[in-house]
Design a protein around this ligand. Sequence first.
Ligand code: KG4
Ligand code: ZN
Length: 413
Amino acid sequence: MNNTTTILSIETSCDETGVSIVQYNKTTQKYTVLSDSLNSQVEIHKEFGGVFPMVAKREHGNNLTGLLTHCLENVVSIDGSSIDKKNIDFELINREKELTEKIQTELENTSSLLLKIPEIDYIAVTRGPGLEPALWVGLSFAKFLSKLWQKPMLPINHMEGHISSVLLDTESSHIEFPSLALLISGGHTELVDIENWGKYKIIGKTRDDAVGEAYDKAARILGLSYPGGPLIAAKAKKLRESAVESDIQFKKNQFLIKLPRPMQHSQDLDLSFSGLKTAVLYMVRDLKKNQSVENLPEEIIDLICHEFENSVSEVLISKLNFANKSGNRKYKNLIVAGGVISNEFLKENIQNWCLKNNINFLKPEKSLATDNAVMIALAAIVGLNNKYVSIINPNDKAFLEIKPDGDWSLNNI
Ligand code: KG4
Ligand code: ZN
């Protein structure tokens, strides 16, 4: 019996193109990343001040083939089973211009790794949630490879990927339940009750902007570039390290820098960050007017960043409190994932909250906090081990019918 499961995974839900190969050893229950390649489009989207779906789609099409061949160098090909170019079906990727061109160029090389069947068991791909034009590229690519190599395909939920991202850490490779998850990224802000793998219930989410989105929008108002999260974080950190809290508060009072804590006491698990961004907008407008300046001095921008971050932190902590007290669960772990958990201040406050409430704190290693393909492979392995992931063979009827689902909720795994 084969003791390992090897997954090739593909992620294209937003602005990161990821391909990875992850192996799971059934005896040791350990996950090993055999290869991982990631291409971030952040620099390209910077000029638009946010992610532009059709640009993301084009870039995924341009990136995927190169990332895949790079990954394939690290896995063994099945001897003697190379593929005859004449039998390749391009219909599955017809809709993807850039992807088709790149694959065709790659196949001009007769020794291309694409033409050898790799020793993998499954192809996992993000089916949603995310930007549908972007999701289509990854899904079409997965279908093309699935047919080419006759390997089954596994459609994976991106948010389940974020939850599973903590598994790579050896200390948390086995997770006890029930657990609570706080998913905070540029596109999502969700609190999830996890009864077991595959049994998710979204118990709270944002009514409007995601946390990362609020960071990015506030940064834009403050004249900082995209993505603004890390820039706001850096300014708030600089201030925290250079002045004592009472002096910071004194200065804030002096300039009337006070932001709301949206829905902090709403007695439910709903969140909302669009009002916070609007409050920053009005505050900046008023401060500029009062001081008769076109650009705010750096000192004031730093104070606003500090206040913004305090607001986000206080709101998130109060929702964690409510989630922990209002249900009839004794949560064993809090899993926090998504790009915003790169924020050291939020991480520290959440970690302290966990300590106080006797809940184990789990977070992904730094490289897996933002979107990546490794987390998609990890979710696939979990879904296979717990027998709930759909396994779609290239000759199944479902294979041709499967489409991305931009709104695929964790409630419907
Ligand atoms: O998970 P992610 O890479 O992509 C999405 O799925 O959205 O998250 C990206 C988001 C961006 O909004 C970015 O500003 C935010 O994460 N972010 C941060 C920090 N680093 C990244 N927000 C606050 N503080 C940070 N240090
Ligand atoms: Zn994400």
